[in-house]
Ligand binder design. Structure first.
Ligand SMILES: Cc1cc2nc3c(=O)[nH]c(=O)nc-3n(C[C@H](O)[C@H](O)[C@H](O)COP(=O)(O)OP(=O)(O)OC[C@H]3O[C@@H](n4cnc5c(N)ncnc54)[C@H](O)[C@@H]3O)c2cc1C
Length: 370
C-alpha cells in the first residue's frame, strides 16, 4: 500500500540509503511526501557503515571517548528507538540489558581511569544510571560463563543494542510499502540537482546522507576504518554486550539473535576499506576467546572492514548547502546511538527552518555555499 500524498507534499530526494538516509526517507514518506532515494550500492546496504556496525547503544561507555553532547543524544536515542521500532511492520531485535566492562590484570590502570571517567560523566549529566563495580560473584551472577580469570568488572545498567541487519531490512520494506522510488547502484551528488532544488524540473529538497561518500563535496569528511568479525557460536551463552579494555581500542563482544556474535571493532585512522588484516583478526578473535572459551568452536561467518564517516571533531553535523539542501554527516562511531536525535532535529529543520532539539543537544548546524 503506497502512502497517501499530503496536499502540501514535497518532492524530496535523499542521497545515501545507509542509516540516516533510510531513516529520513521513511519518516518523510510517512509524513506524506514524495521521496526518491539514491544509493551507490544495493538494498542490502553492503557499502554502508550501517551494515558493518555492531549497533550498540552505549551512551555511558562511549562517554570515555566522546563529548557530553553525544552522550545526551544517546540518552534520547535509548528512549526513542523503541518508539521508532514499534512502527515498523517487521520486528527488530532491541535489547536494553546493560553492558559489562572487563579487563585483564595488565590493563587494570586503564580500567581505573575508565571508571573515573564514567563517574565524572554521571556527575555532569543528569539521568545516567550509576556504573556498578562487580566482583567475581557479581560477574558470575550476570554472565555465568565468563572465564574465571576475570575477577572484576563494571556493569553499566540500561545500555542497549539493536540488530542493525534486521533494521535495515525492515526499513527497506517500509520504503517499498510507502512507494518510495529507490534507485540502487546509482551514485549521485547534490550538484546533480542543479541549478538548485525547487528550480524547474528539480526536486524541492535534497538530503545528503552519503556518509564517507560525501567526501568529494565535503572535504572535511574522513573515513575511520573499523574491522569486525561475525561468529556463529550457539554454545556461547553471553547474553549482553561485553567490552574488554584494550590499550589501543575497546574490543566488544555483542550477542545478536540466533547464536550470532559480533566481535569488533578496530579503529584505525585510515579510509582504507580493504579486507581485514591478520593482526586485527588475531586481536579480535583472541579477545573473544579469552572472555569465553566456548568461542573455540565458533564458526567465522564473515570478516568485514568499513569506514565510519567522521568530521574533524568526531561529532555529528548538519550543514545547509544552499536553501533546500541539507547534509547530515559525521556520525562516526556513534551513528546508531545518535541517529534518533539527529533524525528528529533534521525533521524540525525541514519543517520550520529551526530546531529546538539541535539546540538542546548542541548539534552543530553549519552553512556553506560550496
Ligand atoms: C565497524 C563499525 C562498527 C560500528 N559500531 C557502532 C555501534 O556499535 N554503535 C553505533 O552507534 N554506531 C556504530 N558504528 C557507526 C555507524 O555505523 C555509523 O555512524 C552510521 O552508519 C553512519 O550513518 P550514515 O547514514 O551517515 O552513513 P552510512 O551508514 O555509511 O551510509 C551511507 C550510504 O551512502 C551511500 N553512498 C555513498 N556515496 C554515494 C553516492 N555518491 N550516491 C548515493 N549513495 C552513496 C553508501 O552506499 C551508503 O549506503 C559502527 C561503524 C562501523 C564501521
Amino acid at each position: 500500500m503506497e502512502n497517501a500524498l499530503q496536499p502540501d507534499a514535497q518532492h524530496i530526494v535523499v542521497l545515501g540509503a545507509g542509516l540516516m538516509g533510510r531513516l529520513l526517507s521513511w519518516r518523510l514518506a510517512v509524513a506524506g511526501h514524495r521521496v526518491e532515494l539514491f544509493d551507490a550500492g544495493g538494498p542490502g546496504a553492503e557499502k554502508s557503515a550501517a551494515r558493518a556496525a555492531a549497533a550498540m547503544l552505549a551512551p555511558l561507555a562511549e562517554s570515555a571517548v566522546t563529548e557530553p553532547a553525544v552522550v545526551q543524544m544517546g540518552q534520547y536515542g535509548l528512549q526513542r528507538w523503541p518508539q521508532l521500532l514499534s512502527q515498523l511492520q517487521s520486528p527488530v531485535y532491541f535489547q536494553q540489558a546493560g553492558s559489562l566492562v572487563l579487563w585483564h590484570r595488565q590493563d587494570a590502570a586503564e580500567a581505573a581511569q575508565f571508571s573515573r571517567q564514567l563517574q565524572a560523566t554521571c556527575r555532569s549529566i543528569a539521568g545516567l544510571p550509576q556504573p556498578q563495580a562487580l566482583d567475581a560473584k557479581g560477574l558470575a551472577a550476570l554472565e555465568p560463563t565468563i572465564d574465571a580469570r576475570f575477577t572484576q568488572g563494571i556493569y553499566l545498567p540500561d545500555e542497549g543494542q539493536l540488530d542493525n541487519h534486521q533494521l535495515l531490512q525492515a526499513l527497506h520494506q517500509e520504503l517499498q510499502t510507502l512507494g518510495v522510488a529507490m534507485h540502487w547502484q546509482t551514485a549521485r551528488n547534490p550538484q546533480d540537482f542543479s541549478p538548485a532544488p525547487n528550480s524547474q524540473g528539480q526536486p524541492q529538497w535534497v538530503f545528503d546522507c552519503r556518509g564517507v561518500g560525501a567526501q568529494v563535496q565535503w572535504s572535511q569528511v574522513r573515513g575511520v576504518r573499523g574491522e569486525i568479525i561475525t561468529l556463529h557460536a550457539p554454545e556461547v551463552k553471553l547474553s549482553r554486550p561485553i567490552r574488554l579494555m584494550h590499550p589501543r581500542y575497546p574490543i566488544y563482544i555483542t550477542p545478536k539473535p540466533n547464536g550470532i556474535f559480533l566481535i569488533g571493532a578496530t579503529q584505525i585512522e585510515s579510509d582504507d576499506n580493504s579486507a581485514v588484516s591478520v593482526r586485527s583478526a588475531l586481536e579480535l578473535l583472541s579477545a573473544a576467546y579469552t572472555v569465553d572459551s566456548g568461542f573455540a568452536e565458533a564458526r567465522i561467518v564473515n570478516l568485514v572492514s568499513q569506514c565510519r564517516p567522521a568530521l574533524p571533531d568526531n561529532l555529528p553535523s548538519v550543514r545547509w548547502l544552499g536553501e533546500r539542501t541539507l547534509q547530515i554527516n559525521g556520525l562516526y562511531r556513534h551513528g546508531y546511538l545518535v541517529a534518533p536525535a539527529v533524525l528528529d532535529a533534521v525533521l524540525q529543520l525541514f519543517e520550520s527552518g529551526a530546531s529546538a532539539l539541535a539546540a538542546t543537544f548542541s548539534l552543530k548546524i553549519e552553512t556553506t555555499t560550496s
